[in-house]
Ligand binder design. Structure first.
Ligand code: ZN
Length: 207
């Protein structure tokens, strides 16, 4: 009999808790399920990405299919962002040698410092070389085309020293931090979760 009594108490408490749930069901429903115009979200991303990363051809044709089974706008938008970041991360790219710059713009000891140094050290004029390559490339990432500040850019060698590459400007490629991470990654699935582009696009998702 004692057990029955406890059961009644517990039952009453549960019912008491369910009443506000019933009264506020509209509010609760709204919190968990949001509608919105996903087409304008896609249009906004399309124009944002084509300006920001002009060298990456994002494919928007399969996004509608991707979200067809989802009703919540936030889930739809998140799936779209994940897909676009995936496309960014897997965009095929190879490091290649670049344009020369006019001899008149080179400096003393440029040629001597282009050679391989002991212990694979960077040459003394490395920051000058990086800047010259960044200016040559109009301050843009070679892979995605994003505009980057000098301090946010990375200078990579197209041909590694061990393969006969040098520190000459033709062998220096300027990349943004996301593209550098992708190029150096041995696990793109993990790397794509750490990219700045993911944060930037997720900031546009409806909250
Ligand atoms: Zn880039």
């Amino acid at each position: 009999m004692i057990l029955d009594f406890k059961f009644i108490i517990a039952g009453s408490i549960i019912i008491a808790l369910l009443i506000p749930l019933y009264i506020y069901r509209e509010e609760i429903y709204k919190r968990f399920y949001k509608k919105g115009d996903v087409r304008s979200f896609i249009r906004n991303l399309d124009s944002y990405l084509s300006v920001k990363y002009p060298k990456i051809n994002f494919d928007f044709s399969k996004l509608a299919e991707l979200i067809a089974d989802e009703k919540d706008i936030r889930i739809q938008e998140t799936l779209i962002v994940e897909n676009l970041v995936q496309q960014f991360a897997y965009w095929e790219y190879e490091l290649n040698t670049q344009k020369s710059i006019p001899k008149s713009k080179l400096w003393n000891n440029y040629m001597a410092n282009s050679q391989l140094l002991k212990d694979n050290q960077l040459p003394i004029d490395w920051s000058q070389r990086k800047k010259a390559a960044w200016v040559r490339d109009n301050n843009k990432c070679n892979r995605c085309g994003a505009k980057i500040d000098l301090q946010d850019s990375n200078a990579l060698l197209a041909k590694q020293m061990k393969n006969g590459g040098g520190f000459n400007l033709e062998n220096i490629v300027i990349l943004c931090s996301d593209c550098t991470r992708i190029i150096k990654s041995n696990n793109i699935e993990r790397t794509k979760k750490d990219l700045n582009i993911l944060d930037k696009l997720m900031a546009k998702v409806t909250t």
